[in-house]
Design a protein around this ligand. Structure first.
Ligand code: FRU
Length: 504
């Protein structure tokens, strides 16, 4: 009798354990943890969209971000916070800014007032870090008003640990235009003043200030220039020099209306005289043609370097992607420069030099035979491949044991690169997710230099030294552990590196 009951008990215990283990497995896959990138920054939990307040101060890079900590979809916005000394290993920090009576904390920027010119400088305190952001008042929006987006300020004397909101916020009220947001402030040395680029529905407003509190409208740009398939958001304005000539780059994010649908980043090149931005031409240029690089802006206080981080998603489906505990990653840091192509200035973006420090187990060789061999032996889902291909049809696949694959390549007839993720795993959460994305090359050079960086759930492709860039996310049932060249040839030396994970 006793024996039977022990047996019965063990069977029940086994069933119970089985059930619990099953539930745990479901819970784990449901949380989307297996998709969490190992190289790219993600919030510990909850929702993230735009990077905000990118600033370098006293050896520390700060990454603030649009964050809703209590859910995995967009909600009342906070500024999440992480910091790093190398742009790659990010330490999670307490939330920097919480919504308050003036509204949610939307996107914005941060500057360090080194010379203590702003109203926030104190003789007895270190140079202040000043955040300039948009207040979005949900009550005003609900009431059908059109002045519910205003600009506010918060400051910190301890390198971003603690923040105080300015007592007389907002510092810039809405002129009665509903979309009035995303201030990006830069110091304009030639005129010794701060310049704010602000997204105002279908154009950029430029404002200036000597103290960061009193803002004066200088000019507007863009109502008739560039792409207008959606609302203009998250601008940035900065100079870049090539061959001793200075060009001003104006970044304008747009949603929807991107080259492959949904959100994307366009830019203009021209001059800026402290008041007016004058473009060289009216051509629409895209910083990244892929579907998943949005709201990218650059760090302030990095000297001549211009380092951009974007949000690796797209408003078309960002809230539906199959990760639940956390949603969205940022791109790797990218270094921007201007390059002349047949005399025409274009912005190139390349992985920041720091990304090289992640490389381990490097291999290199020459030609397609040795690369095919190296790829066949490679079982890593984290890699960086630098190669050169003739400008003829070329394609590569990253695949897994489930037969899922991410294919990217070059189509010679149209001189375009493409990413095809229709068979890459879970694509069913949005009808457009499986569509192939294309990006036109900016040159017709006979060889294409390519850099391809692959993480668990995202690829970043850089062609022609960063003149054409594509970023795309994907959600394979199992990590891609095979890489093959499907079509084409490889010329010259290639480099293949396994990348060290930055998250555990
Ligand atoms: C861009 C954006 C910004 C806004 C923020 C709100 O993705 O729409 O214009 O400030 O996100 O979270």
């Amino acid at each position: 009798m006793r024996k039977i009951s022990t047996q019965v008990l063990s069977v029940w215990i086994l069933i119970l354990f089985g059930l619990l283990a099953g539930t745990a497995a479901v819970a784990q896959s449901d949380s989307g943890e297996r998709y969490r990138p190992l190289l790219h920054f993600t919030p510990q939990r909850g929702w993230m969209n735009d990077p905000n307040g990118l600033v370098y101060n006293n050896g520390v890079y700060h990454l603030f971000y649009q964050h809703y900590p209590d859910g995995s979809k967009w909600g009342p916005m906070h500024w999440g916070h992480a910091s790093s000394t190398d742009l790659l290993h990010w330490q999670h920090r307490p939330i920097a800014l919480y919504p308050d009576s003036l509204g949610y904390i939307f996107s914005g920027s941060a500057v360090i007032d080194q010379v203590k010119r702003s109203s926030f400088a104190r003789p007895d305190k270190p140079a202040p870090l000043v955040a300039i952001y948009t207040y979005h008042d949900p009550k005003g929006e609900k009431a059908g008003r059109n002045d519910y987006q205003t600009q506010g300020i918060a400051y910190s004397y301890d390198n971003g640990k603690t923040w105080t909101k300015y007592k007389n916020n907002p510092v810039l009220k809405s002129p009665g235009i509903a979309d009035f947001r995303d201030p990006k402030v830069n110091w304009y040395e030639a005129g010794k003043k701060w310049i704010m680029a602000l997204a105002v529905k279908d154009h950029i407003g430029f404002y200036s200030s000597a103290d960061l509190i009193n803002w004066q409208h200088e000019s507007s740009f863009g109502e008739k220039e560039g792409a207008h398939g959606g609302v203009w958001e998250c601008p940035d304005l900065f100079p870049l020099t090539v061959n001793g000539k200075e060009y001003w780059v104006l970044i304008v994010n747009i949603n929807p209306g991107g080259p492959n649908g949904g959100s994307a980043t366009q830019y203009f090149i021209g001059s800026f005289d402290g008041k007016t931005f004058t473009p060289l031409d009216t051509e629409t240029r895209w910083l990244d043609d892929g579907p998943d690089n949005y709201a990218g802006v650059t760090f302030s206080n990095t000297g001549a370097r211009r380092i951009l981080i974007g949000w690796m998603s797209n408003w078309s489906y960002a809230q539906e992607v199959p990760t639940y505990r956390w949603r969205s990653a940022t791109t790797l840091p990218r270094e921007l420069s201007v390059r002349l192509v047949n005399g025409k200035p274009l912005v190139s973006s390349r992985p920041a030099a720091e990304v090289r420090t992640l490389e381990a187990a490097k291999q290199s060789g020459r030609g397609i035979a040795s690369l095919t061999k190296a790829l066949a032996a490679n079982r890593d889902s984290l890699l960086r491949l630098d190669l050169t291909v003739p400008a003829k049809d070329f394609s590569m696949a990253f695949s897994n044991d489930l037969g899922q694959e991410l294919v990217w390549g070059y189509d010679a007839a149209s001189n375009r690169l493409y990413i095809d993720r229709h068979a890459s795993g879970d694509t069913g959460f949005h009808p457009d997710f499986g569509k192939t994305s294309y990006a036109a090359r900016k040159t017709t050079a006979g060889e294409i230099r390519l850099i391809c960086i692959v993480d668990r759930s995202g690829i970043e492709l850089f062609a022609d030294d960063g003149l054409t860039v594509m970023t795309a996310i994907y959600f394979p049932g199992k990590a891609f552990n095979k890489a093959t060249i499907v079509k084409g040839d490889v010329t010259g030396v290639w480099n293949l590196a396994r990348l060290k994970a930055v998250t555990k």
